[in-house]
Design a protein around this ligand. Structure first.
Ligand SMILES: Cc1ncc(COP(=O)(O)O)c(C=O)c1O
Length: 395
């Protein structure tokens, strides 16, 4: 018999709930929507607000050093030996706009996307394709539950062809956690001479990502989900293809030697070296940058592989029970453990289910006939059992 109060701990990482502000009556399984703040991130934000009380204490270094530290900390997280390839961005759409601003594509060539991708990784490509007479090839999910992830991956590789100039996708699908084999995609894109652009928003931080193994041309991440940072600040990595690219805006900050405040009106035609050229105006946000830095330090301490193991451990028994109840969850080989979809048997009233989630203070996302579940290290196995108990009322 299943006990509903099993406390499972990863051999490497224990439950970190006490480091967050989630009260015991809340079952928060929605990190894919937004992470709760770690206490150190919260403290960094408060300190950041307070800095404005004494502007006379801010020095030139304060505009650059924390940003530099973020680049280093993010690089550590993704195994990037070159921190100057990293820039901060306000959103994924901004990061993708930088990429699109520096991609050459012509009539009859194509951009490959995954079906039902997040809009910030779709509209920009539609626009680029429309402007240049290029095509969008969308690889939709196969209409089967048998080997769904495997077939989806195969179709993706088959779709990339000699006319493909860019593949823009994610490591795991934002709606149901389907995992894509980026190393295989990289190999194929290299063969055909296409760029590989990854939206890492729903994976980086919780699922290991190794820049040296995958070698993407760009990796764009929102910061407020699995990077555990604040809203409105993300991080981007740019490969060599973008070394001499053009930024979207012409700010003083992304010009060569911008750190020389006394020389700002010695107008400079050159951009900063590396990804710094892509920094948005007023990048040195004294509240958000320290918050993201604090979050990255925590993640580098925990390590994504341990977070993934922890999530696998607390979800495996509840998922086995869900399957016995007739729900469908992708095989572990083709999905993440921190983000997965539970497809409900036919006939379940989603409205009634939603109401029960409200009553039970269970936070997940509902997408069509599927429940998106996204736990992290502030969860325990009992949170998943709470979800299972409510779903049992419906199947
Ligand atoms: C996969 C993915 N990318 C990007 C975003 C956010 O995009 P933006 O920063 O442009 O709002 C989300 C938000 O849910 C997401 O799930």
């Amino acid at each position: 018999m299943i006990t509903t109060n099993t406390v499972t701990e990863s051999p490497l990482l224990q439950c970190q709930k006490e480091q967050f502000f989630i009260s015991d009556d809340i079952t928060y399984l929605n990190g894919a929507y937004m992470s709760p703040s770690h206490k150190s991130v919260d403290a960094a934000g408060i300190q950041g607000v307070q800095r404005k009380r004494t502007p006379y204490e801010l020095s030139v270094g304060d505009f650059f050093k924390p940003l530099e530290e973020v680049r280093v900390a993010f690089s550590e997280l993704i195994n990037n030996p070159e921190p100057n390839r990293v820039a901060t961005i306000p959103s994924v759409s901004y990061g993708m706009a930088i990429v699109a601003n520096n991609v050459q594509i012509g009539k009859g060539e194509n951009i490959v996307l995954i079906g039902e991708q997040f809009p910030s990784n779709v509209y920009v490509w539609r626009e680029l394709a429309a402007k240049n007479g290029a095509d969008i090839l969308t690889v939709s999910a196969p209409n089967t539950k048998e080997n769904r992830g495997k077939i989806w991956n195969e179709r993706l590789l088959e779709t990339i062809n000699s006319k493909t100039k860019l593949v823009a996708m994610s490591h795991v699908h934002w709606a149901d956690g389907t995992w894509f084999d980026l190393e295989a995609v990289r190999e194929k894109t290299r063969k055909v001479g296409a760029l590989l652009v990854i939206d890492g928003t729903q994976s980086v931080g919780a699922l290991p990502f190794d820049v040296q193994a995958i070698q993407p041309d760009a990796l764009i991440c929102a910061g407020y989900k699995w990077l555990m940072g604040p809203y409105s600040l993300g991080v981007a990595y740019f490969g060599e293809a973008f070394d001499n690219g053009k930024p979207i805006e012409e700010s003083w900050f992304n010009r060569y030697k911008s750190e020389d405040f006394a020389g700002l009106v010695n107008y400079e035609d050159r951009y900063q070296v590396g990804a710094w050229r892509y920094q948005i105006g007023e990048s040195s946000n004294f509240i958000l940058i320290p918050m993201l830095l604090a979050a990255l330090k925590v993640l580098n301490d925990w390590r994504p592989e341990n977070i993934q193991t922890y999530c696998k451990e607390i979800t495996k028994r509840p998922i086995a029970t869900l399957r016995e109840m007739g729900c469908w969850v992708e095989n572990t080989d083709f999905r993440a453990s921190h983000l997965f979809g539970v497809r409900l048997p036919e006939g379940v009233s989603i409205e009634a289910l939603k109401q029960r989630f409200v009553e039970e203070k269970i936070y997940v996302s509902l997408r069509g006939d599927a429940v998106r579940v996204s736990p992290s290290v502030y969860n325990e196995e009992k949170d998943l059992w709470h979800l299972v108990e409510v779903l049992k009322e419906f199947v």
